[in-house]
Design a binder for this molecule. Structure first.
Ligand SMILES: NC(=O)C1=CN([C@@H]2O[C@H](COP(=O)(O)OP(=O)(O)OC[C@H]3O[C@@H](n4cnc5c(N)ncnc54)[C@H](OP(=O)(O)O)[C@@H]3O)[C@@H](O)[C@H]2O)C=CC1
Ligand SMILES: [Fe+3]
Length: 453
């Protein structure tokens, strides 16, 4: 007998435990992917289907039978059927008594039904313990092995043991589980897959609104005004010059909107003399989207940088510089180098670049991976620095009125000069500027002569 025992249980190991049997209702996309994963993880799977003999291909190793038969075999039943079809469950109710029912369903829209799908299922089968889970993982990610982004499972249910069972199951599938409480939280859990960047909505609306407003304002002020008053068509400016005015304005306003609610909240707390009272809803919403406001501000600042770097290669700017050079040659004039202007423009750009660097710092410290690594003191230090930057940049902008940016300094000069010239030029000179090539050539040789002279 000792010998036979040794051969049956070698080296004192216990016999392998019976693999647990799980039941899945529905042989659709999710049912099949989930079944396949469960089989790979070491569970046995039995499907409950309306048409056990004609359902599509199932993962190898799975059994398939009618709903009633399948439900009898397992203690856990995963319902991979759309909510609209839940009525068939009532027929299976006697076999589902005391079982754990997992509701995985999602809706195509928010507020489609008065109660959540899971609560509806619980009301259909009161004798079972319904647990909401897996609705945030997709059939696709289950098949491909869940990546980090698709690993989160939210769990809720009224019975602790039932939840524990589903938690173990999900953990064994390699998913990470977060308990959201009782079944009444199911509604919230069902809304997760429907959410479309909820915390981005308000900041994006503000950004769009501000951009639209300033675009139309500047369109009227610069382009339409010039067209109506001076009969000049400068509509090409819409693409770069106008955009490059709108972006920094919107960026700075968004950045202020990012810091303003914090200051307002602090004042409110001081005024109330306590931090234990809730802020009004509007302030609460505003505070919650500060990070997105800041990131959008950074985005607009980035556009401003790109548009500004682009200026020297613009056709319009090159044309103006050329025109100015030609004018100087023709008039045999030399512009003296102005050290003050050089200082002025260089410091202007330098402030912009340093400001942008601090802007980026704000963006980086707001990334979760970075802000988690910072202590509270470090985080607030960086934020205060940024506040100082905002202050500094605003001052710089106020000094420069932010308009020379539209062109490089040289081009602005050229423009000013040519404007001055066209205003003071005699008609003959203007005609020479716009004369046909042959006449222009004459003019040019004239200029060269004067230069030589
Ligand atoms: N697909 C996905 O990525 C995800 C899906 N979900 C949820 O999982 C559930 C199933 O989704 P999915 O697998 O994609 O859907 P499918 O349409 O692919 O499959 C649904 C299955 O439900 C069964 N069914 C259909 N009509 C009835 C009916 N009148 N009575 C009984 N059973 C019926 C069918 O199985 P049979 O013919 O064998 O009876 C069918 O295969 C849904 O609630 C969905 O919201 C949740 C997260 C992700
Ligand atoms: Fe600028």
């Amino acid at each position: 007998t000792i010998l036979t025992c040794m051969s049956l249980c070698p080296l004192g190991m216990e016999p392998p435990p019976e693999r647990e049997l799980l039941c899945i209702f529905g042989t659709g996309d999710l049912g099949r992917s989930l079944g396949q994963r469960l089989l790979q993880t070491g569970y046995r799977v039995v499907y409950g289907s309306r048409r056990p003999h004609s359902c599509g291909p199932l993962p190898p190793g799975a059994q398939v039978m009618s709903h009633t038969e399948a439900a009898q075999l397992a203690a856990v039943v995963i319902v991979c059927v759309h909510r609209e079809h839940y009525d068939f469950m009532e027929e299976v109710a006697p076999q589902l008594k005391g079982k754990v029912l997992v509701d995985v369903s999602n809706n195509s829209k928010k507020g489609l039904y008065p109660e959540s799908n899971a609560e509806f299922l619980q009301s259909l089968i009161p004798a079972a313990s319904v647990v909401k889970a897996f609705n945030t993982v997709s059939a696709w990610s289950l098949q491909n092995g869940p990546s980090d982004a698709h690993r989160q499972v939210f769990l809720c249910g009224d019975k602790a043991e039932a939840k524990q069972k589903v938690r173990e199951l999900a953990t064994r599938l390699g998913l990470s589980v977060l308990d959201r409480g009782s079944l009444s939280a199911a509604r919230e859990v069902e809304d997760f897959p429907l959410q479309l960047f909820p915390e981005w909505r308000l900041p994006l609306c503000i950004a769009t609104g501000l951009t639209g407003f300033f675009f139309f304002y500047l369109l009227i002020r610069d382009i339409i005004y010039a067209y109506v008053e001076q009969d000049k068509d400068i509509s090409f400016r819409i693409m770069v010059s106008l955009a490059n005015k709108v972006f920094p304005i919107v960026s700075l306003i968004m950045l202020s909107l990012c810091y303003l609610p914090g200051v307002m909240a602090a004042i409110l707390q001081l005024y109330r003399g306590t931090k234990y009272r809730r802020f009004p809803d509007w302030l609460d919403h505003w505070m919650l989207c500060r990070k997105q406001l800041g990131l959008l501000a950074l985005g607009f600042a980035f556009l401003h940088v790109l548009y500004t770097l682009l200026i020297p290669i613009r056709y319009y700017v090159r044309y103006k510089i050329r025109e100015y050079t030609v004018l100087q040659i023709r008039e045999n004039k030399t512009e003296v180098f102005d050290t003050t202007t050089a200082w002025y423009t260089d410091s202007y750009f330098s402030v912009g670049i340093l400001g942008f660097a601090l802007y980026i710092l704000l963006g980086i410290t707001s990334l979760p991976s970075v802000s988690n690594a910072l202590s509270w003191r470090e985080f607030s230090f960086v934020q205060v620095k940024l506040f100082l930057y905002v202050y500094g940049y605003w001052c710089a902008c106020a000094c420069h009125a932010h308009t020379p940016h539209v062109n490089t300094k040289a081009a602005t000069h050229a423009q000013k000069r040519t404007h001055a010239h066209t205003h003071t030029h005699t008609h003959a000179q203007v005609r020479r500027l716009t004369a046909p090539p042959s006449a222009q050539a004459q003019g040019r040789t004239g200029a060269v002569h004067t230069l030589k002279r």
